[in-house]
Design a protein around this ligand. Structure first.
Ligand SMILES: [Zn+2]
Length: 253
């Protein structure tokens, strides 16, 4: 019997009629998770369930679409429209791209904080749905804290973003078109039973997938940074989206 990955209600109580994209369709995502009920699916996609301005899924899409367009633009044969974003401005000067927040939002401290939280919840959502789709796990109690954060907006979970040293990285031809979430593509991705690292559109994120103490966090970071030597120069605990190299300035030069 079907059971929802988020609310854990089964199909005698909730319906499973709509297709739930694990990666937003507007980002080119083509995979579905069949274990997301209609009401949870609607929750992530509807801005009125969030702050009335944008939904959890939209926060994710607005951010990653900038990177996606940047990759598509790398291919000269391809016609890509202007970078259009609700929140960001992408400027291009002599083939170099940079990212700023739109003036209408720039001076609101609350805006950055709220957008970053929505993005983090969206990333955890995408992660758990893809984990479930790819590896057939995710209902375990140890993932409840992800459900609480992503679906029920409780607590705050950390996400670490690793900054690349240079722009030569592996992307399949169609990957920008139809982005894929990778769990173990490269040797520098450092996952164990307490932490996971994912790669998406050239970006590498790490986060805990179980309760960890400070010491475990430190040890993980040490191990992870070592595995990334030569590829990444540092990391940051995400507090605002401009911490992420969304415009892929690492490809400039
Ligand atoms: Zn549900």
């Amino acid at each position: 019997m079907k059971k929802c990955l988020w609310c854990k209600k089964n199909e005698t109580i909730v319906s499973f009629e709509k297709k739930a994209h694990t990666i937003p369709k507007s980002l080119g995502g083509q995979s579905y998770n069949n274990n997301v009920c209609d009401s949870c699916n609607e929750y992530f996609g509807n801005r009125n369930n969030h702050n009335g301005q944008y939904s959890i899924e939209e926060a994710l899409k607005e951010a990653f679409n900038i990177s996606r367009k940047r990759f598509l633009k790398e291919n000269p044969k391809r016609k890509v429209g202007r970078f259009k974003s609700k929140f960001f401005e992408v400027k291009s000067k002599n083939g170099k791209y940079s990212l700023t927040i739109k003036p209408s939002f720039r001076f609101s401290a609350q805006f950055q904080k709220e957008l970053c939280r929505a993005f983090k919840r969206g990333l955890y959502k995408m992660f758990l749905e893809e984990l479930n789709r790819q590896k057939d796990i995710g209902y375990e109690k140890k993932f409840d804290f992800i459900r609480e954060f992503a679906r029920y907006n409780l607590d705050d979970l950390p996400i670490i973003y690793f900054r690349r040293s240079f722009g030569a990285f592996l992307m399949f031809d169609r990957e920008a078109e139809t982005p894929v979430l990778y769990f173990d593509r490269m040797k520098y991705l450092c996952s164990d039973d307490k932490f996971i690292e994912i790669e998406f559109l050239g970006h590498v994120f790490g986060f805990p997938i179980s309760y960890v103490d400070e010491k475990e966090f430190e040890e993980y970071l040490k191990k992870s940074v070592k595995a990334k030597e030569g590829f990444f120069h540092d990391f940051v605990m995400l507090t605002k989206l401009t911490d992420i190299d969304l415009a892929l300035s690492v490809l400039n030069d």
